[in-house]
Design a protein around this ligand. Structure first.
Ligand SMILES: Cc1cc2nc3c(=O)[nH]c(=O)nc-3n(C[C@H](O)[C@H](O)[C@H](O)COP(=O)(O)OP(=O)(O)OC[C@H]3O[C@@H](n4cnc5c(N)ncnc54)[C@H](O)[C@@H]3O)c2cc1C
Length: 395
């Protein structure tokens, strides 16, 4: 079978890029190893409302809840509430969201091949994707897009993976006493070293999970659910689903080489501080589609290089500053995290955060913090300030 574009992976990024390409009249095949789009699922499902609007995705039946803010529990467990009146984000049913994007892709003319696994890639004048499970063994294309998630085979076979580092996550759906419109975030090295824990209402259930840079996420989640002094008292019981998943490190892959492009988690397109990949992955999928359309219509494959440039123009600052800040937080002790959290109780800092926080674009807040950095460092005292300056300066 010969097509214009083969997309490996029918997650949100793959389906979205497939939809846009098919709408431009390109012949598109999307291969998905599972029998059903959207399952198995491992996601908390928080996605910024403004970001969805920007992408032209209208909330559907997959929207389960609305979030107006967050409560951050530092290791000392004195919560800091950061809320605004407007709805910031939706909590979604990921399986149903993915299916709606897949339907949009097939309605636009893309072919979706389920139970079809990509097992290899041949890169030559005409790239081809080796597949198993369906009637065919091979798909030939002008362009191959790897939308195959954090462990992307396409990234590895195309030598686009620079290093592999992941946050390991575990999550359950259970019943818990949590407000409908507030996402709760828990910081602490004992249960979520290098990341955080969360509790978020999703319709009738509550998603409780954590990410960790080291150790076994399932064991850490057991502790979080049953021994954490705040969380354990709020759990009402019952486990309706459980999953483990990976969040890739941002900036650990190149995203294009020759006729191969990566999108979504396969490209490490996530917000470094929160690990959220839906909005950024979908935005980059749109940019990938624009570059592919330009390259195919003009017959100039080198136009695919526009993709990398477009992504860095749009999200480069978010990726680099966010990754630097993440490393900075990773090295903080619980005592330091408490100290930093106390800053959020200061009226001027709170105001700064609430005025400049944008759910999908953290770089605005980063730049405001940089302006305020001398004052914040002064309030930390000379020893702490020196330590943090060194941490921030570390590459
Ligand atoms: C616990 C957890 C919670 C999260 N919560 C949030 C959140 O609240 N908000 C947010 O924005 N992000 C969140 N994320 C991140 C988000 O889930 C990802 O960024 C998003 O799923 C990326 O979409 P994708 O299409 O790039 O990849 P995926 O959703 O991983 O889809 C990849 C697809 O490729 C298929 N595939 C893989 N290999 C092959 C192959 N060889 N052949 C054929 N098919 C293949 C897979 O079956 C899958 O369907 C979370 C992640 C985790 C782990």
């Amino acid at each position: 079978m010969r097509v214009d574009v083969v997309i490996v992976g029918a997650g949100p990024a793959g389906c979205f890029v497939g939809k846009i390409l098919a709408e431009h009249g390109l012949k598109v095949a999307i291969v998905e190893e599972h029998a059903e789009v959207g399952r198995p699922v491992c996601c908390t499902g928080i996605v910024g409302l403004e970001g969805l609007r920007e992408l032209g995705i209208k909330p559907g039946k997959w929207a389960l809840g609305k979030l107006r803010g967050a409560a951050i529990y530092p290791p000392s467990n004195n919560p800091i509430r950061l809320t605004r009146r407007k709805v910031e984000a939706l909590v979604i049913d990921r399986a149903s969201f993915d299916r709606s994007l897949a339907n949009a892709a097939t309605e636009a003319g893309a072919t979706l091949l389920l139970k079809t696994r990509c097992v290899g890639l041949s890169l030559g004048s005409e790239p081809s994707v080796k597949i198993r499970g369906g009637e065919k063994n091979e798909l030939r294309a002008r362009v191959v897009i790897g939308a195959d998630g954090p462990l992307s085979l396409v990234a590895r076979r195309a030598n686009l993976l620079i290093r592999s580092k992941y946050i390991k996550c575990a999550q359950v759906e259970t019943k818990a006493d949590v407000a409908d419109d507030i996402a709760e975030v828990y910081l602490g090295r004992s249960f979520a070293p290098g990341f955080f824990g969360w509790m978020v209402k999703a319709g009738e259930v509550c998603r409780v999970g954590l990410g960790t840079a080291t150790g076994n996420p399932k064991q850490l989640l057991e502790y979080f659910l049953f021994q954490h002094p705040v969380v354990s008292r709020r759990i009402e019981g019952g486990v309706f689903s459980q999953c483990v998943g990976l969040i890739p490190e941002c900036l650990s892959r190149r995203i294009q080489d020759g006729a191969v492009l990566l999108v979504g988690d396969a490209a490490g397109q996530i917000k470094p501080l929160t690990g959220g990949g839906l909005y950024i992955g979908l935005s980059c999928a749109k940019m990938a589609a624009e570059a592919v359309v330009g390259a195919v219509e003009s017959g100039k494959l080198e136009k695919l290089e526009d993709y990398q440039r477009a992504v860095m123009d749009r999200f480069g600052a978010e990726f680099t500053v966010g990754s630097r800040l993440k490393k900075f937080f990773d090295q903080m002790s619980d005592e330091d995290l408490d100290f930093l959290s106390q800053l959020l109780e200061r009226e001027d800092i709170r105001k700064l955060v609430l005025e400049n926080f944008d759910f999908d674009h953290h770089e605005k807040l980063f730049s405001v913090f940089l302006v305020k950095a001398p004052e914040i460092l002064k309030s930390l005292g000379i020893r702490r300030a020196l330590k943090y300056v060194k941490l921030l300066a570390k590459p």
